[in-house]
Ligand binder design. Structure first.
Ligand SMILES: [Zn+2]
Ligand SMILES: [Zn+2]
Length: 382
């Protein structure tokens, strides 16, 4: 395959990809509801003549498969499809027409990049091996990747994904060997005691002291260690009824750790302490979990391939000293396969991800395509 550099000047495709990106942006859809997004992508992808197109992956996901003439490695590239429940605050002509929903994480740009990779593969089909382009739904809720993996009939040898990163120089590559993005999960603690008349609180079992202990414990553990902490997010006790001492309480917190091993330890310690507090106050306890993201842990070989691709293309590479505190559901892929996620700087002055005035910078589209293209070449050669 050719690794000819795709620029704004020499690529007729680029305008088509920018148009696609803006079209996807204007019709933003929430996690798990990416129906029109999938339809738009499908029309585009059919014209890129993959050997196989599979729809309904993990919901509205799509895979486009390009096969070489001789066997070889299976490489998977993944982009995400979903938007966020954020009201767009821009005057852009392509601003979202979906009320209260907009592409504020740049997944519209990630899809345009992947569409560009498909377009390139149409002209430069792999000589060997298999290339799978995955358009994955429901990244923001942490549901999509796991559902896709359940349905995936391929065993990728290597998998890759990128995320645009405002706050870093435009077009530069950001990598890290090992953990790139943190593990996180929501903990829901339900406590049940016994209600009583507010005039006779000692005849009941109120969960109030246990809630106070939990809030204090979660606050203390926020200092646990670098990259490992808990954020208290919600707490309720009883009903608004001045005649009743409450029986029920709910406390919710987000656990976060740089690596999956640290997350396992944090979870075990937290469950042990929450159980001790509930037992001490004679309360029934139910713990449940939500929005679980494993850490995105970059493996040796794919991380090295990303660095080599950046070098080959003359792109400056920034190596992170520590993992990002945010999570990415690409972690489900790096748990199961050898994979790596890398960042592309979206500009030092670009508004941050998930802010209402953010818009994916179109100049990253050709850069993303070029990097993925070299990654494919090098991964197939291994
Ligand atoms: Zn996001
Ligand atoms: Zn994102």
């Amino acid at each position: 395959m050719s690794s000819k550099i795709l620029t704004a000047n020499n690529c007729g495709n680029l305008n088509r990809l920018i148009k696609l990106r803006r079209n996807l942006h204007s019709r933003a859809e929430l996690s798990g509801k990416e129906e029109q997004t999938a339809e738009t992508l499908l029309i585009f992808l059919k014209h890129q003549h993959p050997d196989l197109l599979v729809t309904s992956m993990g919901g509205h996901g799509i895979i486009a498969v390009y096969k070489g003439e001789i066997p070889g490695n299976t490489i998977m590239l993944r982009c995400d499809m979903d938007a966020l429940p954020i009201l767009e605050d821009t005057e852009l002509s392509h601003r979202s027409v979906t009320s209260g929903v907009s592409h504020k994480c740049g997944h519209d740009g990630h899809m345009a990049i992947m569409a560009g990779v498909a377009s390139r593969l149409k002209e430069n089909r792999p000589a060997c091996g298999t290339v799978i382009l995955l358009f994955q739904p429901a990244e923001e809720t942490g549901m999509g990747a796991a559902r896709v993996i359940d349905q995936l009939e391929y065993q990728p040898d290597f998998c890759y994904a990128l995320h645009n990163l405002p706050g870093f120089p435009m077009g530069e590559i950001i990598t890290r060997h090992g953990s790139f993005a943190s593990a996180s999960k929501g903990m829901i603690v339900n406590l049940t005691g016994k209600s009583s008349h507010a005039g006779e609180p000692l005849k009941g079992i109120t969960p109030a002291p246990a809630v106070a202990s939990l809030i204090s414990y979660f606050g203390r553990i926020s200092q646990y260690s670098e990259g490992v902490f808990i954020t208290l997010i919600h707490a309720t006790i009883g009903e608004i009824s001045f005649g009743t001492s409450p029986a029920n309480a709910t406390v919710m917190a987000t656990l976060r750790a740089s690596t999956t091993a640290e997350m396992n330890e944090l979870s075990q310690n937290t469950v042990r302490e929450v159980t001790r507090i509930a037992d001490e106050k004679n309360l029934k306890l139910k713990i449940s979990w939500a929005e679980e993201f494993p850490a995105t842990e970059n493996a040796d070989i794919p991380n090295r391939i990303i660095l080599q691709a950046a070098k080959q293309l003359g792109i400056n590479c920034i190596t992170l000293k520590k993992a990002f505190p945010w999570s990415e559901d690409f972690g489900h892929f790096t748990q199961k396969y050898q994979g790596a996620l890398f960042g592309i700087g979206a500009g030092l002055d670009t508004p941050p991800l998930h802010s209402p005035d953010y818009d994916f910078p179109d100049q990253l589209i050709p850069i993303g395509i070029n990097v993925f293209n070299v990654i494919i070449e090098r991964s197939l050669e291994l």
